[in-house]
Design a protein around this ligand. Structure first.
Ligand code: ADP
Length: 257
């Protein structure tokens, strides 16, 4: 059976008014549960802990200190998983929480433990919901603008679980030769086999207010995926049902293979 890693960014989970996008989470749970029924093995990498935590506490901007952000992430993560678990349960799908730090790959024992956990969960038909363990790692919060969100994490997870395909759902429908938000003439790359310096230049722009990754971080993730002989598709996360179309073989978004 085909093993999929699906990554959703904060911008797909939190509405512009900073409310939690319950509809998006429900549609995601429905889609992933259906894919499980269709025989796919599914791993979800979800951001959103800080966004959800901020909402719970009624904050409208990120606090200054890393410690506060980590505390908010801890609050938000619990709530986020609660929502996911409830939504998945309504589709009779068991889910699980796996919190990782990006350095798991540096330590053979933890690396193997994570691999074993994924194998067991997938064998049991469970959908692991993965996020960075923000209380442990300072990376993501610290280098907010430098490293992406969970983009790198999703590529690492994809590699650890030896996934066939990483589906990266973003607030944009693919990778363009320039930022389409600032250049209406920009055209979509439909298939990329190798990341060139021209592409890196095209990804230079920072990105959305909510997401921390930006296109550069997605390209870096794509490079990891290509380096490990796997595949990634970057597509719009507006409607998770897009996953059905992609898996039916429709040409959507940008394929890195
Ligand atoms: P998300 O958090 O939803 O994954 P990001 O904000 O991290 O999304 O990254 C997507 C954004 O990157 C786009 O909305 C766009 O503004 C910006 N961007 C910059 N350069 C490009 C490009 N060449 N092609 C597509 N999007 C780009």
């Amino acid at each position: 059976s085909k093993r999929l890693v699906i990554k959703v960014g904060t911008s797909s989970l939190v509405l512009p008014n900073s409310e939690i996008n319950l509809r998006a989470i429900d549609q995601l749970a429905f889609t992933l549960s259906s894919l499980r029924q269709a025989g796919y093995e599914v791993i979800l990498v979800s951001s959103g802990a800080i966004g959800v935590g901020m909402k719970l506490l009624g904050l409208d901007k990120r606090p200054e200190t890393i410690a506060k952000q980590q505390a908010i992430a801890a609050i938000g993560q619990a709530e986020l998983i609660k929502i996911y678990t409830q939504r998945f349960a309504s589709y009779h799908q068991q889910s699980a929480q796996v919190l990782l730090t990006r350095d798991v790959t540096d330590f053979p024992t933890s690396r193997q433990n994570v691999i074993n956990t994924f194998e067991e969960l997938l064998t049991m038909g469970v959908i692991p919901i993965v996020n960075e363990n923000d209380s442990v790692s300072v990376d993501e919060l610290d280098h907010l603008t430098k490293f992406g969100d969970n983009d790198q994490l999703s590529a690492i997870v994809s590699n650890l679980a030896q996934a066939d395909l990483l589906l990266m759902l973003s607030d944009i429908d693919g990778f363009y030769n320039d930022n389409p938000h600032t250049n209406p003439e920009a055209t979509l790359y439909s298939h990329i086999t190798e990341i060139t310096t021209t592409m890196e230049k095209a990804a230079g722009d920072k990105g959305s207010v909510f997401g921390t990754g930006g296109m550069m971080s997605k390209l870096k993730a794509a490079k990891r995926v290509l380096d490990s002989q796997s595949q990634m598709i970057l597509a719009s996360g507006k409607d998770p049902a897009i996953l059905f179309d992609i898996l039916e073989g429709k040409e959507i978004g940008t394929l890195f293979s």
